[in-house]
Design a protein. Structure first.
Length: 208
């Protein structure tokens, strides 16, 4: 009788673990702990053939919903505020050109479920100006997209976001003959700190 009960309990626990694993593996959506966020780079760089400009940059934004389907190129939110601290810039200045919102779409993730390593987000409809050596160059054409890689820790909290190498090119929209045809955005590996808006709390990502 006791062996039968033990076998029954063992089978029940195994079934529950299997169901949990299957549920996680087939999770179709992400769920964020809060819809508003900000991200700050102490030294976000614009690198071009003319000059490399470094500035303190902060963005604020929101997700349209706390639930985000894992569908590539799905519009999931927007950047609603962009602050470039011009007096912090070196080798020149930078400023946002097109007023927000700038569009934010889902681009995918790295890692194997349920152990997500990064979530990739794509920024579009952006425009900014670079001012250096007496020349103003505006970047951000209608077809430009910047991909950012948001890193997650073991607790599935978003720690920081960085421009993804090879997928962060901004093309010249307007400017004189000295303006480089394009430039790339580069951030430090531990920069681009992401927080819940107006707090020091991190945003957590769950699988549902």
């Amino acid at each position: 009788m006791r062996n039968t009960i033990k076998l029954g309990l063992t089978a029940l626990m195994a079934a529950m673990l299997l169901a949990s694993a299957l549920s996680t593996a087939s999770a179709r959506n992400f769920e964020v702990s809060n819809q508003t966020f900000n991200a700050t780079w102490s030294r976000l760089e614009f690198q071009s053939s003319l000059v490399t400009i470094r500035c303190l940059v902060t963005i604020e934004g929101s997700f349209h919903s706390r639930t985000i389907p894992k569908i590539e190129r799905l519009l999931i939110g927007s950047v609603t505020k962009i602050q470039i601290k011009e007096d912090s810039c070196t080798n020149g200045r930078a400023r946002p050109e097109r007023p927000p919102p700038w569009h934010l779409t889902y681009e995918g993730f790295t890692g194997r479920l349920p152990n997500i390593e990064t979530i990739r987000l794509l920024l579009s409809r952006f425009q900014f100006a670079i001012i250096a050596l007496g020349v103003t160059c505006k970047y951000g054409t209608s077809t430009d997209n910047l991909t950012g890689s948001a890193a997650l820790n073991a607790g599935r909290e978003v720690t920081n976001i960085q421009p993804l190498t090879g997928r962060n090119i901004a093309n010249l929209l307007e400017g004189g003959g000295l303006c480089p045809a394009s430039g790339t955005l580069v951030g430090g590996p531990s920069d681009g700190i992401v927080r819940l808006l107006e707090t020091t709390m991190r945003i957590r990502v769950a699988l549902i």
